[in-house]
Design a protein around this ligand. Structure first.
Ligand SMILES: C[S@@+](CC[C@H](N)C(=O)[O-])C[C@H]1O[C@@H](n2cnc3c(N)ncnc32)[C@H](O)[C@@H]1O
Length: 233
């Protein structure tokens, strides 16, 4: 356990220039970015969240009471991406900060090695129990998404129902059903199987739109009948 007197990494240093650069670049990334799921007006860059969370969750190695076990494990993990010595605590701290800067890069966000190191560092800092990240004003979900990806237990909520729908889809449905098979109805009402949540949602929204245009007052009855006829999950 990290002693309460031991400062967290972000209290000592933070690679702000690198993280700002990656956060600014992320604004122009569209393909495969969760922001394309639905417009959210106050979305925080994932790069910033991916960097701030380890800064908050990891102890600073230069602190006198930083757990030695964390330092040993961190050295092993960080050296998976280079062969530098990391002999002193200052060298280890500099390399942790360098890792946070690199991990903020969109190109490393889904890189298996970077994810393994990021999750490993969080686990090494909290060996007894999984850290809990709570975001009661979660909006587009940038903070809880990155917290989940780092292996934390995560709670997210928001006052706005649109934000809640985005959060539910991003944090629950995609991880659970992203690659699932779905039974749906084709144009003639016959059962078909589609692969993946994205395709299921695309077809479902088309169906809702067509049915709504055809006869809006009857839509709730048609939806109920369709739900009885086909299990969508
Ligand atoms: C700045 S946004 C959060 C942005 C978020 N971190 C992101 O990356 O998308 C603030 C959020 O707080 C929500 N909010 C405001 N008042 C609230 C309240 N009383 N309870 C819950 N959520 C609230 C708003 O709906 C808004 O989504």
């Amino acid at each position: 356990m990290i002693p309460a007197t031991c400062k967290r990494l972000i209290e000592v240093d933070f690679p702000i220039a690198k993280v700002s650069e990656h956060s600014a670049r992320e604004k122009s990334i569209r393909h495969g970015h969760p922001s394309t799921l639905h417009l959210w007006w106050a979305r925080r860059p994932l790069a910033a969240c991916r960097a701030v969370l380890p800064g908050l969750l990891l102890p600073a190695p230069t602190e006198a009471d930083c757990p030695p076990d964390f330092k040993t494990k961190a050295r092993v993990l960080l050296k998976k991406r280079h062969s530098k010595a990391l002999t002193t605590d200052a060298e280890l701290q500099d390399d942790l900060l360098a890792f946070i800067g690199e991990f903020a890069d969109w190109d490393h966000a889904a890189n298996a090695l970077y994810l393994e190191i990021g999750r490993g560092l969080v686990k090494a800092a909290h060996p007894e129990e999984t850290p809990v990240v709570v975001d009661p004003f979660a909006g587009g979900g940038s903070i809880p998404l990155e917290a989940l990806r780092l292996g934390c237990e995560t709670f997210a909520s928001d006052l706005n129902p649109v934000a809640c729908l985005i959060l539910k889809t991003l944090l629950e449905d995609i991880p659970r059903y992203g690659n699932a098979d779905f039974k749906l109805a084709d144009g003639e009402g016959k059962e078909i199987v589609v692969h993946g949540l994205a395709d299921q949602r695309r077809r479902d929204s088309k169906w809702y739109s067509n049915e709504g245009k055809r006869n809006l007052p009857m839509l709730p009855y048609r939806v109920a009948r369709r739900a009885r006829a086909f299990s969508t999950r």
